[in-house]
Design a protein around this ligand. Sequence first.
Ligand SMILES: [Mg+2]
Length: 236
Amino acid sequence: MAISVITFDLDNTLWDVGPVIVKAERAQQQWLLQYRPNAVAGFDQEALLEFKKSVWRRHPELFHHISQMRTQMLYELQIVAGYSEEEARVGAQQAFDVFFVERHKVEFYPEALGILELLAQNYTLGALTNGNADIYKTDAAEYFDFAFSAEDMGASKPDPAMFQAAIKQTGVAAEHIIHVGDDPDHDIRGARDIGMHTVWVNTQRRAWPGEGDSADCEIVTLHQLPDAIDHIVDAH
Ligand SMILES: [Mg+2]
């Protein structure tokens, strides 16, 4: 069985997403404090979370468009605080931009860039993310041949849309593609349902929580990925 394409989930597969979101949220908050202080004053953390939830409920059409959802939340936050529509529109964009720059200052797992560089010599590499990270804004840009996000597709994994996009983009059948990801449902079930091989990145060493079988291979660090790929090739 020849493998020619490897697709990667991003958040919690190539880096921990938690710390970078905390930093990005903090930068966004600093911007609001400086330029739209009234939008911050009326909300403690709990109230802000409730406000966010109410925006999510009222905008189901933005469910797969998390950047737009965040911008909408920032806009409404300013409107509620009494800023004009124009101030709120401009402010939402600027606060989002500050968030977005920080959101891409990801800290790759220590071995990730070396492994990507190695694999890029022999495989076509693609990024498939439900989040709003753009791999081309990171230090791994040069290793990736294509990238699709839930925002591009209007659908999130495990929906087949992103996996189908990878197949169409490369002209390679699912059986010659390996998808690598941390989420048992979004990544492993989603990719398997369309016929791809799968590698579960299980950095937390959890028991397999998904329905049905685990992935073709399970790894706890990306160091193990080249061997996992060889294993899949040999087993088929
Ligand atoms: Mg992930």
